[in-house]
Design a protein around this ligand. Structure first.
Ligand code: SF4
Length: 453
C-alpha cells in the first residue's frame, strides 16, 4: 500500500506561527523581546493554533483513496522516512528557510517530495530540486484527479511539464478535512471567541476575493479574484458532521471575505438556524458587506467574533495602498451595532505603510481606540513576493530571510520608520488599547482559557 507523509514544518520560534493566514504565506506574531512583547508572544501562541487547511484536505483525499497517510509537524518523530513513498510539504513564507533546508536534506537522501501552496508557486526556483515537484495552483485537484499509482512520473521528464488546473472548480468535490485525525496529536484553538470549547474547527465556505487591495494582499494570488462557493448544503453537512463526531460547538470560517455575497450568506445562515445547530463561529469580512438585517441573522446563526480590516485612519495612506473602505462614520456605526448585538469585533490595522509618518501612525492608533471594537491587531505593511507591492519595493528589502516576512517585522526600507521607531509605536498601540480598564476583562478571560485544554 502507498504510504505518504505530510510534513508541515516550522522554525522553532517562540511565538504563534500559522501558515494558513495571509493567503497561505502565513504570519507570525512576534510582538518583540521586551517584557510586554514576551508576554504577548506566550499569550497568543497559547491561544491560537491551526494548520494549513489544504494539508488536511489532502490528508482526507488520500485517505479516501485508501492511501496510508500521516501528518506531522515533527520530522524528528519519523523514525525511517524512507518507509514513505512520498512526502507532501506545505510551503509558506514564514517557514521558508526551514522548509528549504529540510527539503535539501530529504531530496539528497532520495526522498521524493511534493511541495504544495502558493508560496512555492511564487518562489518555485527555491523549492524545485531533483527529487521535488512543486504542485501548481491549489493542490487538492492534483491529488483528486491524478492516478496515485503513477506519481513517480512527476519526478522525471514525463510529468515535469504538468500544469494542472490553478483552482478547484467545484469546492463541493472536496471531502471534509480530517480534523478528527489532526486533533489526536495537535490542538485546534482560537480562544478569543469562547472559553469553554476545546476545539475551534476551521471551515471554509468560499474561496477568492475580487477587491482592489490585491496590490499588497496575497489572498487573491492564492485563491483568485473570482469567488467560488461551496453549496449551502455541503457547508451545513460539514458543520453537522463535526458536531456529531467531535461534539464541536465552535467554528472558524477561513473565507477571505465571509459575507461577500449577501444572498449566499443569508441562505447559509438561514439553513444553520433551520437545522437548529447550536454553534458559535468567527468570520473575517469587510464592513461594506454588513447591514442591520444581516448582522441580526449572522448573530442568530451563531456569529460571536468578527475580524474586520480597518487598516489605516489616513485617507492618503488608504489611497496609496488601493484599499477600498467605507466612511469613518459608517465604520463606527456598524461596529457599534455588532457590539450591541453581542458580537465581539477585532479590528485589524496596518502600520509602517509606505505613506505613513509618525502623525498618521498616531492617528491610526487613536482611531483604533475610538472605534467600539473589543480587540485590535496591528500588523506591519509587508510587500509580499508575487504582489504588485513587491515590484515596487524589491530593491528596498532590508531583511535577509524570507522567514522575517511575518507581518510583524519591517522588511523594507521605509522613508521614516526603522525597526526601533516602529517598535515604539507598536508598543504604544497595544498598550494604549489593551491597558484600558474596559478591555482588561477580555484579556483576563482569554488568559484563563489557556489553561482549559
Ligand atoms: S478584502 Fe483586500 S485584504 Fe481582504 S482578502 Fe480581499 S484583497 Fe485581501
Amino acid at each position: 500500500m502507498l504510504k505518504i507523509l505530510i510534513l508541515d514544518i516550522y522554525p522553532s520560534d517562540n511565538w504563534r506561527l500559522v501558515k494558513d493566514t495571509a493567503g497561505g504565506y502565513g504570519t507570525g506574531n512576534n510582538f518583540g523581546t521586551n517584557y510586554l512583547g514576551k508576554i504577548m508572544n506566550f499569550f497568543v501562541g497559547k491561544t491560537i493554533s491551526m494548520p494549513p487547511m489544504s494539508a488536511l484536505y489532502i490528508y482526507s483525499i488520500l485517505k479516501q483513496k485508501k492511501i496510508l497517510v500521516k501528518y506531522t509537524k515533527k520530522i524528528e518523530q519519523i523514525k525511517n522516512i524512507s518507509d514513505y513513498d512520498f512526502v507532501v510539504m506545505p510551503s509558506s513564507i514564514i517557514a521558508h528557510e526551514t522548509e528549504v533546508s529540510a527539503l535539501k536534506k530529504l531530496t539528497n537522501l532520495g526522498v521524493k517530495v511534493f511541495i504544495i501552496g502558493i508560496f512555492a508557486n511564487v518562489k518555485k526556483e527555491a523549492y524545485q530540486m531533483k527529487n521535488s515537484f512543486v504542485i501548481p495552483g491549489e493542490p487538492e485537484t492534483f491529488f483528486l484527479e491524478n492516478d496515485l499509482d503513477n506519481l513517480n512520473k512527476f519526478f522525471n521528464n514525463e510529468g515535469r511539464s504538468y500544469f494542472g488546473k490553478p483552482f478547484v472548480a467545484n469546492l463541493d468535490d472536496l471531502p471534509f478535512p480530517s480534523w478528527d485525525e489532526y486533533i489526536k496529536d495537535y490542538s485546534l484553538k482560537n480562544n478569543f471567541l469562547s472559553f469553554n470549547n476545546k476545539d475551534a474547527i476551521p471551515i471554509v465556505a468560499t474561496r477568492g476575493c475580487p477587491y482592489s487591495c490585491f496590490h499588497y494582499c496575497t489572498y487573491p494570488l492564492q485563491q483568485g479574484r473570482s469567488v467560488r462557493f461551496r453549496s449551502v448544503n455541503n457547508v451545513v453537512n460539514e458543520i453537522k458532521h463535526w458536531v456529531k463526531l467531535l461534539s464541536a460547538k465552535k467554528f472558524v470560517f477561513r473565507d477571505p471575505v465571509f459575507s461577500i455575497n449577501r444572498k449566499y450568506t443569508v441562505a447559509l445562515c438561514e439553513e444553520i438556524i433551520k437545522q437548529g445547530l447550536k454553534i458559535e463561529f468567527l468570520i473575517e469580512t469587510h464592513l461594506n458587506n454588513l447591514d442591520d438585517e444581516l448582522i441580526n441573522l449572522l448573530f442568530r446563526a451563531g456569529l460571536r467574533l468578527i475580524y474586520i480590516g480597518v487598516e489605516f485612519a489616513d485617507n492618503g495612506v488608504l489611497k496609496d495602498n488601493k484599499r477600498f473602505t467605507i466612511e469613518k462614520d459608517s465604520q463606527y456605526q456598524i461596529i457599534k451595532k455588532l457590539e450591541k448585538k453581542g458580537i465581539m469585533v477585532k479590528s485589524m490595522f496596518m502600520l509602517a505603510n509606505p505613506e505613513d509618518n509618525e502623525q498618521t501612525t498616531m492617528d491610526t492608533i487613536k482611531y483604533s481606540n475610538l472605534l467600539p471594537n473589543q480587540l485590535v491587531q496591528f500588523s506591519v505593511f509587508t510587500p509580499y513576493p508575487g504582489t504588485p507591492a513587491f515590484k515596487q519595493f524589491e530593491n528596498d528589502i532590508v531583511v535577509n530571510k524570507m522567514e522575517e516576512f511575518n507581518q510583524y517585522n519591517l522588511v523594507y526600507k521605509h522613508k521614516i520608520f526603522n525597526e526601533q521607531l516602529l517598535n515604539k509605536y507598536k508598543q504604544i498601540a497595544y498598550k494604549n488599547f489593551y491597558f484600558d480598564i474596559k478591555k482588561l476583562y477580555i484579556v483576563f478571560k482569554t488568559f484563563v482559557s489557556i489553561f482549559r485544554k
